[in-house]
Design a protein around this ligand. Structure first.
Ligand code: M6R
Length: 634
């Protein structure tokens, strides 16, 4: 993860870099830093100023207010620690021994240990525990060597040196480099981590993601893997890894979602939970508009033939997106009758199933930047393309909340869930948007394959169209109920969630949400599994939260909940108010509805309960410890 920015400007660089870093803080917030290069008035020589601070970006802002970092060219970084603790010494930028070369990087250098020991053997002393620090030392060595060979100091020399170093790096990187000998030059490069170049008026800003460009430019050029750009006030030159110049045109992006405001809410997460009726409304207007023929009621942006001749679906995702995918797989199999399987993207990449014919691969990622998901999709595309058989051809679909993301650049068929900016690290409204998108896919597959009658399809569409109103009531009611209930969790250490069938993934999602933001250990289980081991954990200190909706497994879940009650567990139900649900010590009531759409409702009390537990504990709900909104490392 981490966010990087870099500027070649005509104005003071540090305020622009800091402003852009603020918009990338969602990528990591355990430390930050920037370095600028400027010319000393007395010696007329360039020098690098570097400022770093542990903790949130505000600490760096405070530092720079007291101790400015002068210059029109600079680089900046907001960190999510991979190698080395979140400490000032590990914050980027990292410099070579003499402080002449400065580097920021996002990604992981997998062969850093070997490179580090080679450099240490030559007497170089490292100042940090990071993988990144090898890069400025290696560049510095190359600069020295190439200069000795007769290359004159200038942009070309820096370009050659950086390229030589990139050639030995293994892993993923997006990086930016400045050198005090040429204060007007910036080099950026990338491989398997995002980097975009924004074209301003006589200025160029590079960043990991589009929000960083808000207020600067809408003209953007995404760098491709293994490309390097040499940037000066005069322009941008792009090269491939062999040093060949590439001509590429920037494109105009439509807009940014960066100006977040908490409004009347204490946290973004609560605001985003309350925005879910709007998320649903927007999704329905866009993708399930009234007036389309019931044979093809969903307005996804591709031909109807897209759904044909697919015999199986595999879905790759991580975290919350994987839970949405599990509900999706249930719908695709049970409603639309098409085999569907969900994989942890991080596992799929190294242990994919044997190739099967006519498979659609769906990658689900709200950020569109998750390295595990992107890499798994790329691997699957490659192995299918290499097979060279049309039945086994690569067919991929992406589901994301970020139209301008790496996923959208990697895959041609993408559905934008359109949930709008989600600032809270814990995904809430994007989960709802992902779920809805799977309902849309299930409807389309069911109608194309005639696996459901038109009446059943119309009924599901009608239920979905009622969702926004139901959500408004549900959210306001449960905001109060869960706030009250949260008091009971002040000393809770473990919580178990159980669900079955279409609501089993909601038990997993509820547990993930609770642990992410409250740091309380929570586990989700298929309710029937409780008795096969986890029941040993139960006593009066472990609440069991049971998600039970009327339908094929209703009575079963209630019996499983009773088994927990018999072990003294405090029993909480997310279930309709019925005589059968009297068994719960506390009930978070959801409206009686068709089992098909129940996950869209039952997830709401679980989100709000997690939120109120964490908020009551006084925790940083929007930026929980150790997490980041966008996980761009494997
Ligand atoms: O951007 P993605 O949807 O690919 O992110 C996947 C996970 O990292 C993400 O869902 C994570 O689990 C969230 N923090 C959930 O709240």
């Amino acid at each position: 993860m981490c966010g990087i920015v870099a500027l070649v400007g005509s104005r003071e660089a540090s305020p622009i870099l800091l402003e852009s870093l603020k918009k990338l803080e969602y990528r990591g917030y355990d430390s930050s830093g920037l370095a600028t290069v400027s010319i000393d008035a007395n010696t007329q020589k360039g020098f690098i100023s570097c400022r770093k601070a542990k903790g949130k970006l505000q600490n760096l802002l405070n530092l720079i207010q007291q101790d400015a970092s002068p210059g029109h060219v600079g680089i900046g970084h907001t960190r999510w620690a991979t190698h080395g603790k979140p400490e000032k010494k590990n914050a980027h930028p990292h410099l070579d021994t003499k402080g002449k070369v400065a580097v920021v990087q996002n990604g992981i250098i997998e062969n850093h240990s070997l490179l580090r020991s080679q450099l240490e053997a030559k007497g170089i002393k490292f100042r940090s525990d990071t993988d990144t620090e090898v890069i400025p030392h290696l560049i510095s060595e190359e600069l020295y060597r190439l200069n000795k060979e007769g290359h004159e100091i200038g942009g070309l020399l820096l370009q050659l040196a950086v390229q030589k170093v990139l050639d030995v790096l293994k892993g993923s990187y997006a990086l930016a480099v400045i050198w005090d000998e040429i204060p007007n030059v910036l080099i950026v490069a990338k491989s398997k981590a995002p980097l975009l170049i924004g074209f301003g008026e006589g200025e160029f800003l590079c960043a990991s993601d589009t929000p960083a460009f808000s207020g600067f430019t809408k003209t953007i050029l995404p760098l491709e893997d293994k490309e390097l750009a040499l940037i000066t006030p005069l322009g941008v030159e792009i090269y491939d890894s062999f040093g060949n110049r590439k001509l590429r045109a920037p494109k105009l992006i439509s807009g940014y979602e960066s100006d977040a405001d908490k409004g009347k809410f204490r946290h973004f997460m609560l605001k985003e939970i309350f925005e879910q009726p709007e998320t649903a409304e927007l999704w329905l207007t866009r993708y399930l508009p009234n007036g389309l023929p019931i044979e093809s009621p969903v307005a996804f942006p591709f031909e109807n033939s897209f759904y044909d001749s697919i015999e199986e679906i595999q879905i790759l995702a991580c975290g919350t997106s994987r839970h949405a995918s599990m509900v999706g797989a249930y719908l695709l199999e049970q409603f639309a009758g098409i085999p569907a399987k969900v994989f942890f993207a991080s596992e799929f990449r190294y242990a994919p199933p044997p190739l099967a014919p006519n498979v659609l691969t769906i990658g689900v990622t709200q950020s569109g930047e998750t390295a595990d998901t992107l890499a798994a999709l790329a691997m699957e595309h490659e192995r299918r393309s290499a097979y060279n058989n049309k039945d086994f051809a690569s067919r991929q679909l992406g589901i994301t909340n970020r139209g301008e993301s790496s996923l959208s650049r990697q895959i041609s068929h993408v559905i934008d869930i359109g949930a709008g900016l989600e600032v809270g690290v814990a995904a809430t409204k994007t989960f709802l948007g992902q779920l809805l998108t799977f309902y849309g896919l299930a409807i389309m597959f069911a109608s194309r394959r005639n696996s459901r009658s038109l009446k059943e399809i119309a009924e599901l569409c009608d239920l979905l169209r009622c969702l926004p109103k139901q959500l408004v009531n549900l959210i306001s009611e449960h905001n109060l109920l869960t706030e009250k209930l949260s008091h009971k969790f002040s000393s809770t250490k473990d919580v178990i969630f159980i669900g079955r069938g279409i609501n089993y993934p909601i038990a997993l999602e509820a547990a993930l949400k609770l642990k992410e933001i409250s740091y309380i250990h929570a586990q989700g289980y298929p309710a029937g599994e409780l008795k096969h081991g986890p029941i040993a954990l139960l006593d009066q200190t472990v609440p069991v939260i049971s998600i039970a909706n009327e339908g094929i497994v209703f009575e079963k879940v209630l019996s499983n909940a009773q088994e927990a009650k018999a072990r003294d567990a405090c029993l909480i139900g997310i279930a309709p108010k019925l005589p059968e649900t009297d068994i719960f010590d506390h009930l978070l009531p959801i409206p009686r509805t068709s089992e098909w759409i129940s996950p869209l409702l039952s997830v709401i009390p679980s989100q709000l309960l997690s939120y109120h537990i964490a908020a009551r504990l006084g925790l940083d709900v929007d930026q929980p410890r150790n997490l980041a909104k966008s996980v761009t490392v494997e």
